[in-house]
Write a protein that binds this ligand. Structure first.
Ligand code: GLC
Length: 412
């Protein structure tokens, strides 16, 4: 009898303790999932009545996108809190709770303006910026020094020269990046294209990818990295972020293009390259321009969730995007804050000095084409860039066809 009473009391306490349950999607790239779980424990110290259940997502942004399409089509209340790529708010806005009236509650005026712009759709706030990303160049400080280089490459040609020399002598890869057919490839391609002086759309949204020869040259260069200069392995055409990161972390490459999250992993106690890595802005192309793609993730709320779930979700998002939690995430998961003042915090400078040093790179990162049907645009770019990288099409034909399909998709 005593035992039964105890069990019943426990059941009751649990039921009272968690008076509401909400689900939240999360990626698991690097340390992000592990860090989120800890953050939820901290959240529950303040809000013991809100149970947060994490729904893990695949690593590929493209696969996550497709899952969201299925979720929204079902018009179900779950997942309640959605981790959304910075390129999706326009497309998913119709399925997201309008958060405009909570602007002050979330203190959006304290966020980096570019990140707020990315969650503003037709004047409405549809999500809250969580962390921001920009493409960076990671390099092996120790190896550059060993081979007589006193600074990281400033141009792509310098990178090729250094990578060839060091990789041959050391018997490792020269340069790893994201060449698989998914969203990450678009991010990498845009950086070459911009640094070669081109763009996909102009300021008025007109397709300009086939104006001048920047796109052809950028594609040729990407292909040459693999087949002519032989500094990137053929396998790079299947790599996503974590494939490149693992290889680089195991000491098997001189250079890597990746997002900020890689830093804390590369410097973790068991990392073979701990303390040997530098990180800087991506090299300039012949166009004389350094360029980084703007990435990042924002948190939105499913419009089909109940009023109680939405209220709980708002509290969770406010907590996760608070100053201290953004700092915690930056220090522990290496994901860049979206709040301006966190960059002035001395503990951030200590844990991830590059975030402070490269602040300009983060705020000047360039967005991918801003169009409502971005997914179609991305799909076209992915297909043609990948066809070039896998030797199925030459760069000239790819740019011509890509431009034609883009114009058709955008009704031009
Ligand atoms: C990172 C970026 C995201 C981008 C993705 C591509 O997660 O934050 O914006 O789409 O990488 O792989």
């Amino acid at each position: 009898m005593k035992r039964l009473t105890l069990v019943l009391t426990l059941v009751l306490i649990t039921a009272v303790a968690f008076s509401i349950k909400i689900t939240m999607t999360s990626g698991g790239v690097g340390k992000e999932l592990e860090v989120l779980k800890k953050q939820i424990q901290m959240f529950n110290q303040i809000y013991p009545d809100i149970k947060v259940e994490i729904i893990p997502m695949p690593d590929s942004s493209t696969q996550r996108h497709d899952l969201y399409v299925t979720y929204f089509a079902a018009k179900q209340p779950d997942p309640v809190v959605l981790m959304l790529d910075v390129i999706w708010p326009a497309e998913f806005a119709p399925f997201l709770e309008d958060l405009t009236k909570y602007k002050d509650y979330f203190a959006l005026d304290r966020f980096l303006p570019g990140t707020v712009k990315s969650v503003t759709v037709n004047g409405k706030i549809v999500a809250i910026p969580w962390f921001t990303d920009a493409g960076l160049l990671y390099y092996r400080k120790d190896l550059l020094k060993k081979y007589g280089y006193d600074h990281p490459p400033r141009t792509w040609s310098e990178l090729v020269e250094m990578a060839q020399k060091i990789s041959k002598a050391e018997g490792i890869e020269g340069f790893v990046w994201q060449g698989a057919k998914y969203e990450g490839l678009v991010c990498d391609f845009m950086e070459y294209l911009w640094s070669f002086g081109g763009d996909v759309l102009d300021d008025n949204g007109k397709v300009v990818i086939d104006k001048g020869d920047a796109a052809v040259k950028a594609l040729q260069f990407m292909k040459d990295l693999i087949y002519k200069y032989k500094i990137s392995p053929e396998g790079v055409t299947t790599y996503m972020e974590e494939d490149a990161r693992r290889l680089f972390q195991n000491g098997k490459a001189v250079f890597m293009r990746n997002w900020p999250y890689a830093w804390s992993l590369l410097n973790s106690p068991d990392s073979p390259v701990r303390g040997k890595v530098g990180v800087t802005v991506l090299p300039m192309g012949p166009g004389g321009r350094h360029a980084a793609t703007l990435g990042g993730w924002v948190l939105g709320i499913n419009k089909y969730a109940s009023k109680e779930q939405k209220d709980a979700a708002i509290k969770l998002i406010r907590f996760l995007t608070s100053y201290h939690q953004e700092l915690y995430k930056a220090v522990n998961a290496g994901q860049n804050p979206t709040r301006k003042y966190v960059y002035q915090d001395s503990s951030l400078e200590k844990a991830a000095p590059f975030m402070v040093k490269l602040f300009n790179v983060f705020i000047n990162a360039l967005p991918r084409p801003r169009v409502a049907n971005y997914t179609d645009v991305s799909d076209i770019i992915q297909r043609y860039v990948h066809a070039v990288l896998t030797n199925q099409m030459d760069p000239q034909t790819a740019v011509k066809k890509m431009a034609k399909e883009l114009r058709w998709t955008l009704g031009q």
